[in-house]
Design a protein around this ligand. Structure first.
Ligand code: C5P
Ligand code: C5P
Ligand code: C5P
Ligand code: ZN
Length: 486
């Protein structure tokens, strides 16, 4: 039966996915371990649902980071099979000794740069020539595995029940994970992500459209939607409540309903066209450079089974909602939302979201006020305890996208993790990657040089280092980046 994801970019992974699926099917029960961010949560939700549907008992745990200590804890559990999602590849050197010692068999569905070790059940796009930073997320890898689990279940049991398993609806969560990892790009999801999106569209769970690339399409009343859109600053609208209201009031369309401002998603295509054109015209009139104006338009993804006007209906809002849970030690809440809880968990997640948004905006403001220190090849800031270590990477990524921070050099951000360790987050952009930048290699090498460790993707990576080694680490990073970009 044809169950592998059809398009060539993903079918390259099909045999490995089948092997991983078979190994899971053979297990009495599985421990599923995943990463605490939007992609990690959606990865776990996809894998957990696929295990559930294949009737494989399992338990889900989350880790902020997979390191020697957390792998030790996993090994100490009484599970013979451990499925790692959205991490594991970068930690193969730490995982392998436990596998060799017979503690557990690892099955890995990840998209991070693999370390120098290999294992049998290792599903990672980078092993098949697919870009793990731009073309497939952890959730995407978990989705490829979930699709393979349909056929294994059907083959093994041969029953009509098992044959009816169809995991294509999970494409919705895979798209949330990819967008949460910023794989959307300006032209939308591409490559393997694009193939998964197509399956989700065919399954009727998702829709994509060219749209304004502004956060809050489903939940923000129009004036707030425009006022808070700070990626492209439009004088007289951005950060200007009265200005945004005036701009909207002067348009020829009625943007209120029973006295209240409507939200973007509620507008008809013609109404959206009117607002978007006026917005772009205003930006040009006020001297916003055309390359910035272009970034106002992007691709939006709508989850058709979610209620209109909720954060879950818009993929970008959904992914931010998930980060708001997992990065604040409430991954359980985010997972419950992914698995369908629309009551208590969603309510809790909404509260966490407003806290997260406040932290992001305060963090971004702090970076703007304090400024960054520019070295020969990188720029950096050290937020100490001012920005939570679990979100300093998001803030760094948002900062490098603003006009206040030069996009010509990668940004390296520090935040304290505890008394003795610093969390490092590094962010670049695809232009720098095309010129040779690989932040994953930089973070791993520079961190190992000072007794820490790191990894990630070419365009976004991170590390943990001893606090007193910051300056030595920075010097190494500056030199390594210089070599890559020379
Ligand atoms: O661990 P994980 O792979 O989920 O983290 C990916 C991180 O890289 C996210 O924080 C995402 O925002 C960031 N990223 C980025 N720019 C890209 C791709 C990813 O900042 N182009
Ligand atoms: O939080 P997340 O990693 O999903 O953020 C992805 C992008 O969405 C950010 O770079 C930012 O442009 C936008 N965003 C935002 N406000 C938030 C969260 C995200 O504008 N609170
Ligand atoms: O934490 P942050 O968002 O900066 O992470 C960026 C990327 O680097 C993520 O993909 C994360 O999994 C990876 N990372 C890593 N090792 C670390 C820290 C981060 O592989 N010690
Ligand atoms: Zn990921």
């Amino acid at each position: 039966m044809a169950v592998s994801v059809g398009s060539p970019p993903v079918s390259a992974m099909a045999d490995r996915a089948d092997a991983c699926a078979k190994r899971l099917q053979e297990a009495d029960r599985v421990l599923l371990a995943s990463h605490i961010d939007a992609d990690g949560l959606t990865s776990a939700a996809i894998a957990s649902t696929a295990l559930e549907r294949a009737e494989i008992p399992h338990e889900v745990v989350f880790e902020k980071q997979l390191d020697a200590e957390s792998i030790e804890a996993v090994a100490a559990r009484e599970y013979d099979t451990v499925l790692f999602t959205d991490f594991g590849s970068g930690q193969l050197e730490e995982i392998r000794p436990h596998e060799r010692a017979g503690a557990f068999t690892p099955v890995i569905a990840d998209h991070h740069q693999p370390a120098d070790a290999e294992t049998e059940y290792h599903l990672n796009p980078l092993l098949f020539g697919i870009d793990g930073a731009a073309e497939l997320s952890g959730a995407g890898a978990a989705y490829v595995l979930a699709r393979a689990m349909e056929s294994v279940a059907a083959t093994d049991e041969g029953s009509t029940d098992a044959a009816r398993i169809d995991n294509r609806d999970l494409a919705a969560l895979a798209v949330v994970g990819a967008v949460g990892d910023m794989q959307g790009g300006t032209d939308g999801l591409a490559g393997a992500n694009g193939a998964i999106l197509e399956e989700g569209i065919e399954a009727g769970v998702i829709e994509s459209a060219t749209d304004l690339a502004i956060y809050g399409r489903q939940t923000r009343p129009l004036p707030k939607f425009l006022e808070y859109a700070t990626d492209v600053r439009i004088p007289g609208i951005t950060n200007d409540e009265a200005g945004a209201v005036r701009f909207l009031s002067e348009l020829s369309v009625d943007l209120k309903r029973e006295g209240d401002w409507r939200v973007w998603a509620d507008l008809s295509p013609a109404e959206r066209q009117t607002v978007a054109s006026a917005l772009i015209r205003r930006a040009i009139e006020r001297g916003v450079p055309s390359n910035r104006v272009e970034t106002l338009v992007g691709t939006s993804y709508t989850l058709l089974d979610e209620a209109p006007g909720t954060a879950l209906r818009d993929v970008s809002e959904f992914s931010t909602l998930l980060n708001a849970t997992a990065r604040y030690e409430r991954a359980d809440v985010g997972l419950a939302v992914c698995l369908g809880d629309r009551d208590a968990a969603l309510e809790r997640a909404r509260t966490l979201l407003s806290n997260h948004r406040r932290n992001l905006s305060e963090g971004l403001e702090w970076v703007k006020t304090e400024g960054v220190t520019v070295e020969s090849n990188v720029q950096w800031f050290d937020a100490g305890t001012r920005i939570r270590e679990t979100i300093v990477g998001i803030v760094a990524g948002m900062a490098i996208g603003t006009p206040d921070v030069d996009g010509g050099k990668p940004i390296v951000a520090f935040a304290s993790k505890n008394e003795t360790e610093l969390k490092v987050s590094a962010r670049g952009n695809y232009r720098l990657v095309r010129n040779g930048l690989d932040l994953s290699a930089v973070m791993r090498e520079a961190a190992r040089g000072v007794g820490g460790d790191g990894g990630g993707h070419d365009v976004a990576a991170g590390a943990t280092i001893p606090a007193e080694k910051r300056d030595a680490f920075l010097a190494a990073v500056d030199e390594l980046v210089g070599e890559q970009l020379s």
